[in-house]
Structure formats: structure tokens, C-alpha cells
Unconditional design. Structure first.
Length: 558
């Protein structure tokens, strides 16, 4: 809708983004033939929502945040899905005389006239970004669960031969993967029991039973998965790992497959590696403005280490990818060693660990150092050899990003000492250590709040010191939760957000490392210097209505 030069002028006039960042992003967009708006959001220079508001205001249109509203089914389906996709329009509300439509190009008069003709109403146009409209088009698939159940019933009803059963397995697996993608599931579990096969989705970190299948479909379903993942179909007693690609409307979905023999047959777990789940800026991931500035300060350094820590499934790799997108410029050489490469980033050299060819983290890292890199990302520091090479790379002029499995940011530093890294090397190379967890977000469609009752506070006092952490009179504490609706599958939650703590290296913390102090002493000093702990940050998000106190306690007390 706006030319790149005009958008650049708007951003400069509003002083929203530094001129040097704008010019770099514009040059990169033109060089790579990508949309300027997409690069701005990807590099975390401005959020998609804020950018949309700026564009709408300049063009004289109202802005609508499609993610924060409920779109009635009958209004959405006033136009077919193909039309919505091709014309980048979502009809999100209506009254007796007016139809309200979100468009990526509100100046598209042909589409507006078509909507008026189809609805017989005056069309009130709102602006929304292409990315937001693309996400909203997924609402057309809200009834897919019922469709899924009916297809299975139809297929199962006519299974009377091996050929038909194989056809059923093909269609059922396609639907499982399609629905898992639309539900933003991270993993799909296909679990055999004595009587049936259970299909479960991990959504927002929690497993949900989705559907049950007859037991006699299990062999065909597992065989279909093995064929697509190029695994041995005649092997039923050993674990097998592979990957497949599922063609969907929006993208080719990479799926990592693990098949394992269990007592009732073979269980398959499929990890869905969707590119759209990686298109997040730091702000969208849950970092506050102060934390983002701390991160930006650290990644501007020409050398040193940035470490992200947390248990499996806490979003560490996503945080590293968000940082890499900010750093990704033509004038720098970025190389990664990962297991696996979860999302391909154009312009970055990504290496997949392969133990069969002895391409491990340590051997791959030694090779990367000889490739004249500016920035190195190591999927995980697991052993002494990898940690030694990483620290020495940071000492010799490289910016090194990596992850560690520790409980919090402060434990990261003693963990490196346990790997026989010299204290002076840890003190002089680590820039920041980021501890993180993921908590479920309250569904914005059914968000509600209520004043805390005495009974609720009494129960809460058993777990945390209410006055210390919430810092309010008992009579003024407000709880937020989701009622449960169709949008969130009646869970009250939709999506996840990170809670973080960032430990900056200071002179006093360096001294503690040199003295080989334990994690408790380092954490205590970091808090004195202003570090907000993950627990405090989680409770702050709960008080803002982004998550629930119960969810914070569940995740951070594990």
C-alpha cells in the first residue's frame, strides 16, 4: 500500500526506528527482493501490530488487530476461503447496514465493490497487515476437528480390505498433520493401546487427546509414516528416526519422526517444525523493553558469548533464531551447528549434526572456526570439548550464541566451570546469560478478571509469599483467567509467552566467578544489581493479565 521510501519517511519522522537500522533493513530487503515491512518486523525493529497502526494512520484508515477480536463464524464465511486468501481480506463483523472488512490493501476498490455486491451492505474498510490476515485465514479451519472425525468414521466404515485400509491411513495421516499444523501443535503422538490408537497433540506445552482410532488401522498408519520418513518398514523391534515433508497450502511443513517399539506395538511421535512458529521478534516472544535493550547491547558487541538456558522445550532455540534474524546482514558471515536444523534462515550457513559421519558439535565447531565466521551459533554446549572451543572462539574475535541445560541464568556460569573452563575465560567472554521458561497465555477471546477471595489467597500463601511477590494489599489483588471458548478449545489458554531473567556480566559478578562462588551467591548479587528473576517476571505477566498465577507456579516450580 505504501512505497518503501514513503514508509521510511514515516518511520523517520515519528522517530520510531533509528535511521541506521532503517537504511540497513531497506538495503537488505531490496537486495534479497523481500518486503520492507517483513524485514522490519523480522529484525525486531518494530512489532507487526505497531507497524500496522502506523501505516493505517498515515493512509487515513482505521486499524484492526485481528488477533485480539472474536470473528463470528457466519460473518467470516460471507466470502469463501479462496477469495479471502487471494484478495487478502477478512470480513470480521457486521450489522444491519454495514459489513466490516480487514484488508492488506484498503485501496483495492474492485474487492470492496465485490464485497458490497455479495453482502448487499456498505463496506467499512479497516487496515490489517498481510501477516495478520494470513493468520486469520486459519479461522476457516475451525471446524476441521468435526471434519476429521467424519472422515475417519467414513473411512473406517468401509475398511474391508488391505488396499482400502492403506488408503484410509494415507487420508487420516494427512488430516492429522494438517489439523496439527492449524492447531499450532508442536508434537503429534500416535500411541497404541490394547484396544485402540490414541492421537494426541502437544499444544502450548500440554498434551491433549484429540481422537481415537480402531486398533486395526495402527499397522497401516505406522507403515505410512515410515514410508514418508524413509525408514525401514520391516523393522519393528528397534527405534528409528527420520524426517518427512508435508505439503500444505501455506508452506512445506518439515516433520521430524521418531518411531519406538512399546508393549502394544510401535509408537510414533512427530515434531512439527513450522516456519511460522519462528517468525517472532523479541517483543513477541515476551521480552520487556528493558530486556530487549539489554539484549541489543550484548549482540552489538563484536565478540563474546550470549548464553540461553532452560530445560528442553523452553524456547531456547526460538530465542537464538530471533537474535540471528536481527544479526543477519550481508556483510557478516554467520554459521551454525545444530541438532536438528529446525528452521532454514536465508543467508546463514546452517550445519546439521550427523553422528554417523562423526559430524558432532565439537568437530563441526572446529571446522566452522576455519570458515572465517563473524558469528557462530552452537545448538547446545554439551561437553568439555565444545565448551572449550566455544569460549576460545569468543576470545578470538567471534560472537558466539549457544544454549545450556541449567535451571536459571546464574547456574550457567558455574556450569561452565564444571566443564573445566578456566574462571578468567568465563569472566572475560560471557556477555549475558538468559534464563527462560514458557507459560501459557490466557485466551484473549474469553479473558476475564475477578478480585481475589480470602480462600484463594489462603491457598496461594501456601505456595508463595503474597506480600513479597505481589506487593499489594490482599483486598486489591486481582486474578485473571480464561473462561474457555471455541477459540481456545475451552482450555482458557491460547499460545505461549516466555518469562525471562537476564544476568549481565558486571565487575562484581566477574569477581565472584574468579573466586569460584556458587550459583546462589551469583544470583543474589545479580538481583542486587537489578536483575528480575523469572518468577518475579512471571508474576508480573500474571498481574498484567497475560497468564495466570497458577500457570506461573506450575511452570516455575517444576
Amino acid at each position: 500500500m505504501l512505497s518503501n521510501s514513503h514508509l521510511k519517511s514515516i518511520l523517520l519522522d515519528a522517530d520510531l526506528v533509528a535511521e541506521s537500522d532503517i537504511l540497513e533493513a531497506l538495503e537488505y530487503a531490496e537486495l534479497e527482493k523481500r518486503q520492507f515491512t517483513e524485514v522490519l518486523v523480522e529484525r525486531d525493529l518494530i512489532s507487526d501490530k505497531h507497524l500496522g497502526q502506523v501505516i493505517a494512520e498515515d493512509a487515513g484508515y482505521n486499524f484492526v488487530d485481528l488477533e485480539s477480536i472474536t470473528v463470528p463464524e457466519e460473518t467470516l464465511r460471507l466470502i469463501p476461503e479462496d477469495m479471502a486468501r487471494n484478495m487478502q481480506v477478512i470480513t470480521f463483523n457486521q450489522d444491519e447496514k454495514t459489513l466490516y472488512a480487514a484488508m492488506a490493501n484498503p485501496q483495492d476498490l474492485a474487492t470492496i465493490h465485490l464485497l458490497e455486491k455479495k453482502s448487499g451492505k456498505t463496506v467499512q474498510v479497516y487496515y490489517s497487515s498481510e501477516r495478520a490476515i494470513k493468520e486469520a485465514i486459519g479461522l476457516y479451519k475451525r471446524g476441521l476437528k468435526e471434519e476429521f472425525a467424519s472422515i475417519i468414521e467414513e473411512e473406517v466404515g468401509k475398511v474391508d480390505a488391505k488396499k482400502t485400509a492403506n488408503l484410509s491411513a494415507i487420508r487420516i495421516l494427512d488430516k492429522i498433520l494438517q489439523y496439527g499444523y492449524l492447531q499450532k501443535a508442536s508434537d503429534v503422538h500416535i500411541e497404541p493401546t490394547a484396544e485402540q490408537v490414541i492421537v494426541r497433540f502437544r499444544i502450548d506445552g500440554v498434551l491433549h487427546d484429540m481422537v481415537s482410532l480402531p486398533k486395526y488401522l495402527h499397522p497401516q498408519l505406522i507403515t505410512r509414516i515410515k514410508i514418508l520418513a524413509k525408514l525401514r518398514t520391516d523393522e519393528h523391534r528397534a527405534a528409528q528416526d527420520g524426517k518427512l515433508v508435508q505439503k500444505l497450502e501455506d508452506e512445506n511443513l518439515d516433520v521430524r519422526v521418531s518411531v519406538l517399539p512399546v508393549s502394544e506395538g510401535e509408537k510414533a511421535v512427530m515434531r512439527l517444525l513450522s516456519s511460522r512458529s519462528r517468525q517472532f521478534a523479541l517483543e513477541n516472544l515476551g521480552f520487556g523493553h528493558r530486556d530487549i535493550e539489554t539484549m541489543r547491547k550484548a549482540i552489538r558487541q563484536p565478540h563474546g558469548m550470549i548464553l540461553v538456558t532452560g530445560p528442553t522445550g523452553s524456547g531456547k532455540t526460538t530465542t537464538l533464531y530471533a537474535i540471528l534474524k536481527i544479526l543477519n546482514r550481508r556483510e557478516v558471515n554467520i554459521s551454525t551447528i545444530e541438532d536438528p536444523v529446525e528452521y532454514a534462515i536465508k543467508g546463514i550457513n546452517q550445519i546439521q549434526v550427523n553422528n554417523a559421519t562423526n559430524l558432532t558439535f565439537s568437530s563441526g565447531l572446529r571446522s566452522i572456526v576455519r570458515q572465517d565466521p563473524d558469528i557462530i551459533m552452537i545448538g547446545e554446549i554439551r561437553d568439555e570439548e565444545t565448551s572449550s572451543i566455544a569460549v576460545n572462539s569468543a576470545m578470538t574475535g567471534h560472537l558466539v550464541l549457544s544454549t545450556l541445560h541449567t535451571n536459571d541464568a546464574a547456574t550457567t556460569l558455574p556450569r561452565l566451570l564444571d566443564m573445566d573452563v578456566e574462571p578468567f575465560l568465563v569472566a572475560s567472554t560471557v556477555q549475558i546469560a538468559v534464563g527462560q521458561r514458557l507459560v501459557r497465555k490466557i485466551c484473549t477471546q474469553c479473558l476475564m478478571s475477578e478480585m481475589a477471595t480470602e480462600d484463594q489467597l489462603t491457598e496461594l500463601e501456601k505456595v508463595i509469599d503474597v506480600k513479597k511477590y505481589l506487593n499489594k494489599d490482599h483486598s486489591k489483588i486481582r486474578f485473571y483467567r480464561g473462561r474457555g471458548c471455541d477459540h481456545c478449545n475451552h482450555t482458557g489458554y491460547s499460545g505461549r509467552i516466555g518469562v525471562y531473567e537476564i544476568l549481565e556480566m558486571s565487575r562484581s559478578i566477574r569477581k565472584l566467578i574468579m573466586d569460584r562462588s556458587d550459583a546462589d551467591a551469583i544470583k543474589e548479587q545479580a538481583i542486587k544489581e537489578g536483575m528480575t528473576t523469572m518468577f518475579q517476571e512471571g508474576l508480573r505477566k500474571a498481574q498484567l493479565g497475560q497468564t495466570t498465577i497458577e500457570e506461573v507456579i506450575r511452570v516455575l516450580s517444576e
